[in-house]
Design a protein around this ligand. Structure first.
Ligand SMILES: [Zn+2]
Length: 493
């Protein structure tokens, strides 16, 4: 699930009624078409096998499957090996991996600088030694300031009496004042930029490591996003050495709240856009058996990337997001191998770049490779399907949504068979995962199954032990039931 940078969204989400009782069902006695193939297929889906896959893909060693990263490529090969073993057919031009390119940018340290002047004196601070940018403010820019106001630790009390509008602000960081709080305060007060005195832990060497990791491969979308938003304030960190030089020039070694450093600043960030990163979606096809209907392609999707590691190297395991959907699709792959060919053809696509802005699904849906002229007819997307109450599952589009369709109706009718008495409302997530691109770019009916966000969402605590693998099992079974229900002569979508 792609993170939305909106505060308070969590609070707006309706809570699901969770009082309903989990229903046990016998697949042989299910409502709808009884079929030996379906029963066989459903029986292959087991929670302990799902757990085994998940504990590999969301392990610390996979380092958060960032886009792009070596570990992401390993995850892709794990998926491909499974498909191959199960007898699936590769779904890209040259095999299992559908490649797309993403322009990347890097920081040009030679032509980036921070120059400070006072009277006739000036000094040039060196990026990576004296100062660094926060990566979120890494858009190309050039800013000037006439003076800098010292605002303590930017607490509300401290900021209250200060006029920061259009000015640069100098502040000290403390344990509970991070990037978010600082940038919010800076925006609220319409300040031009902020210089954070990071404290003695950020020496020159640590700063260089930081800049190298931020600057080496800054993905284009991050830059574009920075530009398209309201202009991000300049956000700089000072090393101890850089701070000493700047405060020395100002003649204010120990600034007090409200002190104004009478220095002018000229800051320039320069970015080179040249390299491209090769990224992969993993695609398998399960060819249909009906002479006519096999030309129609049912697409199931899940993103297999997550957000990597934090500045300290802590791993975002992304077990629910979206390890759960990734292994859920693997379970579907095994299930169809037991089912045998369906009347229609089925494609499983594991996309990358979701967390960076739905990039993998965007690239594919804008320029899909469709072997043998297969015609996409629908998409079912699963993203985060293993947390929260065992009997709660959300769907979008609901009947309140313009795009409400036969896929949602089918999911609603089959969900009780798998212990989800009633599907909740995920319409607030219509644009937040890959189904959005299938709907927008291919104009096919889509449905998105999702078990809602939770306290570990996009945190290092989204670990495999917290995922309800029995729930993942039941969602995978629901998807297989839907596939089975989507083999009628005409589709009611
Ligand atoms: Zn996510």
């Amino acid at each position: 699930m792609r993170k939305l940078q909106v505060l308070g969204l969590l609070a707006l989400l309706p809570l699901l009624g969770a009082a309903s009782v989990l229903r046990t069902s016998d697949p042989v006695l299910e409502a709808g078409t009884p079929s030996a193939a379906l029963t066989r297929a459903l029986d292959t889906i087991e929670a302990d096998e799902i757990s085994a896959d998940l504990h590999f893909l969301a392990s610390d060693e996979m380092r958060g499957r960032d886009t792009p990263s070596q570990e992401q490529r390993i995850a892709a090969r794990y998926i491909a090996a499974r498909l191959e073993r199960l007898g699936w057919k590769p779904g890209a031009q040259d095999g299992w991996f559908w490649d797309y390119e993403l322009p990347t940018s890097s920081l040009d340290t030679e032509s980036s600088f921070l120059r400070a002047e006072r009277g006739g004196e000036s000094l040039e601070l060196q990026v990576g030694v004296d100062y660094a940018f926060h990566p979120r403010s890494m858009s190309e820019s050039e800013t000037l300031a006439e003076a800098v106001v010292f605002a303590g630790e930017l607490t509300e009390d401290e900021v209250e009496g200060l006029d920061l509008e259009g000015r640069w602000v100098l502040c000290r960081s403390s344990a509970d004042v991070g990037y978010r709080k600082i940038s919010r305060t800076i925006r609220e007060h319409d300040a031009e930029g902020v210089i954070v005195l990071s404290g003695s832990d950020v020496d020159g060497e640590a700063m260089q490591v930081r800049v190298a990791s931020w600057g080496a491969q800054v993905l284009e979308p991050r830059l574009t996003r920075g530009r398209s938003n309201r202009r991000a304030p300049a956000f700089l960190y000072m090393s101890d050495g850089g701070a000493r030089k700047l405060l020395g020039l100002a003649g204010l070694e120990e600034p007090k709240l409200g002190d104004v450093l009478e220095v002018s600043l000229h800051e320039k960030r320069s970015v080179t856009k040249d390299a491209t990163a090769g990224l992969e979606n993993v695609i398998g096809i399960w060819p249909g058996r009906d002479e006519e209907l096999s030309k129609e392609l049912i697409i199931l999707s899940a993103h297999y990337d997550h957000v990597g590691t934090d500045d300290q190297g802590e791993v975002f395991n992304g077990a629910d997001d979206n390890g759960s959907g990734t292994v859920g699709l693997l379970a579907v792959a095994e299930s169809l191998a037991a089912y045998g060919p369906m009347r229609r053809s089925v494609m499983l696509i594991w996309v990358s770049g979701e967390e960076k802005g739905l990039l993998g699904s965007k690239a594919w849906t804008q320029d899909p490779y469709l072997p043998g002229g297969l015609k996409p007819v629908l998409n079912i997307n699963i993203d985060m399907i293993g947390r929260n109450a065992p009997d709660s599952l959300l769907v979008t589009p609901t009947k309140e949504h313009d795009a409400y369709n036969g896929l949602t109706r089918l999911a609603e009718s089959l969900a009780p068979e798998e212990g989800f008495p009633q599907l909740g409302d995920a319409d607030a997530y219509w644009g937040r995962s890959d189904h959005a691109n299938f709907s927008r770019n291919m104009e096919i009916p889509v449905a998105f199954l999702f078990s809602d966000i939770h306290e570990d969402y996009h945190k290092i605590t989204d670990t495999p032990d917290k995922v309800d693998c029995d729930k993942v099992r039941r969602v995978a079974r629901l998807v297989v039931r839907m596939l089975h229900g989507l083999q009628t002569d005409a589709l009611d979508l």
